[in-house]
Design a protein around this ligand. Structure first.
Ligand SMILES: [Zn+2]
Length: 343
């Protein structure tokens, strides 16, 4: 049964078993609501200090997290679980309905709206709900994204550089539980107001992930979302059993890459039509051709050749054919050793 909640305090987060809700956030300019799906599971096998909170659909046109988390809402069985899991498959429900990165209701990017504002527009009020009603009930926070229409990434989990060594080590461990080909340490300076920024500030163990691109549903991306969260639940003892390999056994361990300096996020030097000749997840050498920017105002003109500024791994590449001057064209990340972050 889908219970509609009009006032957050009505949600009984301690109620044993599994309960599905729609949390109603009133629209700013019309009568009506955006109904945000929420499932709360309290395992029947006793408490667990590591509450888990997992989001999909923070950006509406990124589907692997939405599908993976929705399937977990159906499949997780409180009878065999300890502790509490809170699942939100479409956090920016209005953006998800619109197949859009941002909410069409207020034009706000949910992943820049934190810590939120109880008197703000709808996205800020949803962020405030996450901050005040959900964060206090979880220690582990996962926000599953993909590149949307912006960029293509290799399948990866992601986190910021974290000064606190214990928090950093546990975060890195959580990122590795998803068994993606890459875990990506990315710059905190490129954006602020992220859901994971806020969770990190509160001292939580929090990761993001980039699990596909192009507003499609990537088969492996969904698998990383679904199996990765299950592995996190096993690791923290909410589910019984050992952490499982998600990729084929023949594939090697997750590679840790880092791009924390702003210089690694290279802007397009001009408008153009982007012809990549390398792909996300590929190893590249300094000076290697990454792609060409074409100017069709003169079809005989030579393209601008874009080369790699360093040795490393392509952590992100512009997805659409038409980057505008200044948009991030690519990121070449450097490899790190897990021992540097696991401590
Ligand atoms: Zn996103």
């Amino acid at each position: 049964m889908l219970e509609v909640i009009h006032h957050f305090p009505e949600i009984d987060f301690d109620r044993p078993g599994k309960h599905h809700y729609q949390v109603a956030f009133h629209c700013d300019g019309t009568w009506g609501y955006s109904l945000v799906p929420l499932t709360v599971i309290n395992g029947l096998r006793g408490p667990n200090p590591n509450g888990v909170l997992c989001f999909g659909g923070t950006h509406g046109n990124e589907y692997e997290g939405q599908v993976g988390v929705k399937r977990l809402c159906a499949d997780l069985d409180p009878a065999v679980m300890t502790g509490r899991v809170i699942l939100v498959p479409q956090l920016s429900a209005s953006a998800c309905i619109a197949n859009s990165r941002i909410s069409p209701l207020d034009g706000v990017n949910m992943n820049r709206a934190f810590p939120g504002n109880p008197r703000g527009t709808i996205s800020y009020r949803i962020a405030n709900f996450v901050k005040t009603a959900l964060f206090p009930r979880a220690r582990i926070v996962m926000d599953l994204h993909s590149g949307g229409m912006e960029g293509a990434f290799p399948h990866c989990t992601s986190f910021h550089p974290i000064p606190d060594r214990a928090q950093c080590a546990e975060t890195a461990q959580l990122a590795r539980l998803f068994d993606p080909p890459f875990s990506f340490i990315y710059s905190s300076a490129m954006a602020s107001g992220l859901l994971t920024d806020e969770a990190e500030l509160e001292g939580k163990i929090t990761i993001g992930g980039e699990l596909g691109a192009g507003a499609s549903v990537d088969r492996m991306g969904v698998k990383f979302a679904y199996e990765g969260v299950l592995n996190a639940l096993r690791h923290y003892g909410l589910l019984e059993g050992e952490v499982r390999k998600v990729r084929p056994e023949s594939e090697g361990p997750t590679r840790l890459i880092e791009a924390t300096r702003m210089e690694a996020y290279v802007p397009a030097p001009r408008d153009g039509v982007w012809e990549p000749v390398t792909a996300p997840g590929e190893a590249v050498r300094q000076g290697q051709l990454l792609g060409r920017l074409h100017d069709f105002s003169d079809h005989t003109s030579a393209p601008v050749e874009i080369v790699s500024p360093r040795d490393g791994w392509i952590a992100m590449m512009h997805l659409s054919a038409r980057p505008a001057k200044g948009q991030t064209l690519f990121v070449v990340a450097e490899e790190r050793d897990w021992s540097e972050v696991l401590g």
